[in-house]
Design a protein around this ligand. Structure first.
Ligand code: APR
Ligand code: PHB
Length: 403
C-alpha cells in the first residue's frame, strides 16, 4: 500500500491532522493500535483555547462543539478559603475558552473521517517506522492477522507519550527534558450538575482540588493525592468527603454528589523532546511533549502542532518548498515551551509541596497574594490561560528572536 502521509495514532492529534490534510487534497492513512471504543474511553481535559476552536471550525468539525460546548469568560481560584475570580474576558480584551470534552471532540473527528470514507486502521499491531532519514519512509504493521507495509512520503508520529515513533529515533539525535511531580491527580466523573458555572482551581491546606465539568449535568473533579495512593482504595464517598473538605462553605452548599462514572489516578509530568523532526518523521502532540494538566494545555498544544505540520506539508506538496517542514520543530517548540512554563508554574502555585517545607508554603501564599491582588498579576494568569495567538512564533521571529 502507498500513501502520501502515514499517521501513527488516532488520538486528537492524528485525527485532526488527517482531517486538515484531507481538506487540502493530501492522502493519509491513520494507524491506531487500539479500537475506536478504547480511544473514546480515555477521559482527558477539555478546555479549548480560542485558537483551538478556530482550528476545529476550519477543519469542519466545530458544529457540535458550538452547540454543546460551554463558553467561559473566567475561572475562579479558591485560596486560603477565599474565592477570587480571574475575569479572563476583560483582562485579555475579549478572549474566552470553550469547555468541551476531549472524548466528544475525538468522536466528532472520528465521525468526520468515516463520513468521508477515509481509512483509519484500528487494532494495527506491531507498528514500526523505517527509513525516515531518506526520501522513501515506510511503516510496517500487522492487521487482520497479516503483515503489511505502507510506503509514504512522510510519517507523522501522533502516537502519544508511549508511542513507537519517538522511540525509533536514534538516541543521540534527540534531547529529552523531563520533570515528574511528587503527586498525582485523582479524577472523578459524575452525572451531577457542576458545583459552579466556572472552573474552580483550589489551593487548600489539604492539597489542590479542581472543580471542572463536561456539561451542565456532568461534572469532573480532581484531588491532589500521593503517588502511592491506589484508586481502588478511594470509594466515591471518600472522594466527595475529601473534596468537600477542600472547598469553601459556598462550594460545600452547592456540591451535588453521585455515583462515579469513572475514577482514575494520573501522574503529573512535564516533558519535551527536541527536535520534533528527524528527516521525514515528525512528532506532534503528546508524542513530543507532555504538560501537567493544571491549565489544560495538552490538547491545545497538540492542535497547534498539527496545524503547523499540516501547513508545512501543504506547502511541500503545493509549492515544492521545504521551508515549512524545515521550520516545523522550532515553530512548535517556541509555543510548547511557553505552555510548559505556564503549566509548571500554575502547578507549583496551586499544589502542596511538603518537601519545600513551611517556608515554601509561605512563599507560595505570598506569590498568590500578590497575583490575586494585582491587575498585572491577574492578567498574567488570564493571558496564559486563554493561550497565545497562532502566529505567535512568526511575530517573535520577525522581531529578531531565535526560532
Ligand atoms: N501504534 C499505533 N498507535 C499507537 C501506538 C503504536 N505503537 N502507540 C500509541 N498509539 C496510539 C494510542 O493508542 C493513542 O490512541 O496513539 C494515540 C495517541 O493519542 P493521545 O495519547 O491522545 O495523544 P494525542 O493525539 O497527541 O493527543 C493529545 O491527549 O493526553 C492528551 O493532554 C493531551 O490533550 C492532549 C491530547
Ligand atoms: C478537565 O475538565 O478535565 C480539566 C479542566 C481543567 C484543567 C484540567 C482538567 O486544568
Amino acid at each position: 500500500m502507498r500513501t502520501q502521509v502515514a499517521i501513527v495514532g488516532a488520538g486528537p492529534s492524528g485525527l485532526l491532522l488527517g482531517q486538515l490534510l484531507h481538506l487540502a487534497g493530501i492522502e493519509a492513512v491513520v494507524l491506531e493500535r487500539h479500537t475506536g471504543e478504547y480511544v473514546l474511553g480515555r477521559i482527558r481535559a477539555g478546555v479549548l483555547e480560542q485558537v483551538c476552536v478556530d482550528l476545529l471550525d476550519a477543519a469542519g468539525v466545530g458544529a457540535r462543539m458550538h452547540r454543546e460546548g460551554l463558553v467561559h469568560g473566567g475561572i475562579e481560584m479558591l485560596v486560603a478559603g477565599r474565592r477570587h475570580r480571574i475575569d479572563m474576558h476583560r483582562l485579555t480584551g475579549g478572549k474566552n475558552v470553550t469547555v468541551y470534552g476531549q472524548t466528544e471532540l475525538t468522536r466528532d473527528l472520528m465521525e468526520a473521517r468515516s463520513a468521508t470514507g477515509l481509512t483509519t486502521l484500528y487494532e494495527a499491531a506491531d507498528v514500526s517506522v523505517h527509513d525516515f532519514d531518506g526520501a522513501t519512509p515506510q511503516v510496517r504493521y500487522r492487521h487482520g492477522g497479516r503483515e503489511h507495509r505502507l510506503d509514504c512520503d512522510f510519517i507523522a508520529g501522533c502516537d502519544g507519550f508511549h508511542g513507537v515513533c519517538r522511540a525509533s529515533v536514534p538516541r543521540g539525535a534527540i534531547a529529552e527534558y523531563e520533570k515528574v511531580y511528587p503527586f498525582g491527580w485523582l479524577g472523578l466523573l459524575a452525572d451531577t450538575p457542576p458545583v459552579s458555572d466556572e472552573l474552580i482551581y483550589v489551593n487548600s491546606p489539604r492539597g489542590f482540588a479542581l472543580c471542572s465539568m463536561r456539561s451542565r449535568t456532568r461534572s469532573r473533579y480532581y484531588l491532589q493525592v500521593p503517588l502511592t495512593d491506589k484508586v481502588e482504595a478511594w470509594s466515591d464517598d471518600a472522594f466527595w468527603h475529601e473534596l468537600r473538605a477542600r472547598l469553601d462553605d459556598a462550594g460545600r452548599a452547592r456540591l451535588a454528589t453521585g455515583a462515579s462514572l469513572e475514577k482514575s489516578i494520573a501522574p503529573l509530568r512535564s516533558f519535551v523532546a527536541e527536535p520534533l523532526r528527524f528527516g521525514r518523521l515528525f512528532l506532534a502532540g503528546d508524542a513530543g511533549h507532555i504538560v501537567p494538566p493544571t491549565g489544560a494545555k495538552g490538547l491545545n498544544l497538540a492542535a497547534t502542532d498539527v496545524k503547523y505540520l499540516a501547513n508545512a506539508l501543504i506547502e511541500f506538496y503545493r509549492e515544492r518548498s521545504e521551508a515549512g517542514i524545515d521550520h516545523y520543530s522550532a515553530r512548535c517548540l517556541r509555543r510548547i515551551w511557553r505552555a510548559e512554563r505556564f503549566s509548571w508554574w500554575f502547578t507549583s502555585l496551586m499544589h502542596r509541596f511538603p518537601e519545600n517545607g513551611p517556608i515554601g508554603e509561605k512563599f507560595q501564599h505570598a506569590e498568590l497574594d500578590y497575583l490575586l491582588h494585582s491587575e498585572a498579576g491577574q492578567r498574567t494568569i488570564a493571558e496564559n490561560y486563554v493561550g497565545l495567538p497562532l502566529d505567535f512564533g512568526e511575530a517573535a521571529s520577525a522581531h529578531g528572536s531565535a526560532g
